[in-house]
Design a protein around this ligand. Structure first.
Ligand code: AHR
Length: 486
């Protein structure tokens, strides 16, 4: 068995906010139709929302949900998605070769968010549309009353403004998947001008600008600096280079975040500005391109697209990713799992109220629950390990908890010792592990074998604890702890 020691230092990295645990509902495959919304399903509520999905979203506790894309954003005509349903047109979406009937639109999404306990984050279509449509969308959503669009929202049943705080200025606008793809200068122009008008309406809204590689980021950050709250980085994790590279790709992504953040700091320094531009990972995706899904007729609505079965390594990767975000909490301001239901998601559904949790569900849920709060610095001694475990330590005043997250990224069992000098009153509360006998095992309806369960063999003392963690496992060891009562 390998051994590894971690010293927890009496120094905080910063505060991990709830925004690190966002989700994403795109009009893609069965995320909306069949996942979130299915009026025919026996467990649909009066809105046609699946109550079983709502209940699992609440269990995950995703405080933020991005909408409506993704690539779909370039097909989105938001104003066609509101008002009486019988008058909404059926449209084509070329990004996913599907029909969009707009039976679930902007107002339904906001209503769903309220029921799911999540805040909307909207992506403007700056690809095939522009500044005017973005300002009108803002007016419809956020202006109280007395204008054409705010009164239209009220006529559609929403008396109070939605007060949406977060907006993405387009999606991956450097990418060839986007219709209306732009070069950095061109994008910077439309994003800046859109931001200018929106910040005149409300200086408090938070605007997220598309990021990409270094040169693009520099141009966009230079040109749009004064309006920029976040620079967005998207990341896809997949298996193509084997297990080790897959699990370590989280570290490579961390380095990419460091670079992009440092670039924004450098620009701020040059301008003697105290503006803090943080990184928004508004899409992180575990996407195995070999899982192709079912062959179904194109240009229909609600196909089984990008539905992936997740195994223990995917759960470990996601655990490691959350630790990486927590350890960079000053730099990463928000993050959204792409996506929430069916499409590359922790929740899967089928017709007739069939629903199940994937292997990635519990790592998300427990990180969201206990991974908010002060993050503590650690030092790790791991000479003999090929890949170090991913570790983070978070204390939460409200929950009175001190939580250790450990993702073991090697095949062998790992004995670990955590040592501290400053949490003397911490009392052991619980330890959970998610592991698997085989890396090909996945969950299925009625068979949620991969889930968090009790971890035995934890020995806790005044200055730390020891535990034996299974090979390829995600783990959480939690203590009751009140800060200030050392
Ligand atoms: O999440 C699936 C797709 O991946 C999104 O539509 C796009 O933005 C990303 O590249």
């Amino acid at each position: 068995m390998s051994f590894c020691r971690v010293n927890v230092l009496p120094e905080k990295i910063g505060t991990a906010g709830k925004e690190l645990y966002g989700g994403f509902v795109e009009h893609l495959g069965r995320n909306v139709y069949g996942g979130v919304f299915d009026p025919q399903d026996p467990c649909a509520d009066g809105n046609g929302f699946r109550k079983d999905t709502l209940s699992l979203i609440r269990e995950l506790d995703m405080p933020l949900t991005r909408y409506p894309g993704g690539n779909f954003a370039h097909s989105w005509k938001w104003e066609e998605s509101i008002g009486p349903k019988e008058k909404r047109p059926v449209r084509l979406d070329d990004s996913w070769k599907q029909k969009e009937p707009y039976l679930f639109g902007l107002d339904e999404f906001v209503r769903w968010c309220r029921l799911a306990g999540t805040e909307p984050l909207l992506t403007f279509n700056l690809c095939t549309r522009g500044i005017l449509e973005a300002r009108e969308l803002w007016e419809y959503c956020n202006f109280p009353k007395g204008t054409f669009l705010s009164d239209l929202r009220r006529a559609n049943g929403a008396e109070e403004p939605y007060n949406i705080k977060y907006f993405c200025l387009g999606n991956e606008m450097n990418g060839s998947c986007e219709v209306g793809q732009r070069d950095a200068k061109d994008y910077a122009w439309i994003a800046r001008e859109t931001a200018k008008t929106l910040k005149r309406f409300d200086p408090e809204i938070k605007l997220i600008f598309c990021g990409a590689e270094e040169e693009w980021n520099r141009i966009v950050a230079e040109e749009c600096f004064e309006f920029m709250d976040y620079l967005s980085l998207h990341e896809v994790f997949n298996w193509k280079d084997g297990r080790k590279a897959y699990l370590e790709s989280v570290d490579r992504f961390g380095e990419r975040i460091d670079k992009a953040y440092a670039l924004c700091e450098e620009i701020a320094e040059k301008r003697s500005s105290d503006r803090k531009i943080r990184i928004s990972v508004d899409e992180w995706i575990v996407w195995d391109f070999d899982q192709r899904g079912r062959k179904e007729e194109e240009w229909t609505c609600g196909r089984h697209l990008l539905e992936q079965d997740y195994n223990i390594l995917d759960a470990v990767l996601q655990g490691a990713l959350f630790s990486m975000f927590q350890n960079r909490c000053g730099k990463v301001g928000l993050a959204c799992c792409a996506q929430s239901v069916n499409v590359l998601a922790p929740i899967r559904t089928e017709k007739n109220s069939v629903i199940w949790k994937q292997a990635t569900f519990d790592p998300f849920k427990y990180n969201s629950r206990y991974g908010r709060g002060d993050v503590w610095k650690t030092e790790m001694e791991t000479k003999e390990l090929e890949t170090a475990p991913a570790v983070s330590v978070v204390s939460n005043r409200e929950k009175k908890s001190l939580t250790f997250f450990v993702s073991v990224r090697t095949e062998q069992e790992l004995e670990m010792e955590f040592y501290w000098k400053n949490f003397l009153n911490a009392r052991f509360a619980e330890a959970l592990t998610e592991k698997s006998a085989s890396i090909t095992q996945v969950n299925a309806p009625g068979k949620e074998t991969l889930h968090a369960e009790k971890l035995e063999n934890v020995t806790a003392g005044k200055n730390g604890f020891r535990a034996v963690f299974p090979g390829y496992s995600w783990n959480m060891v939690r203590f009751d702890f009140e800060e200030g009562s050392r």
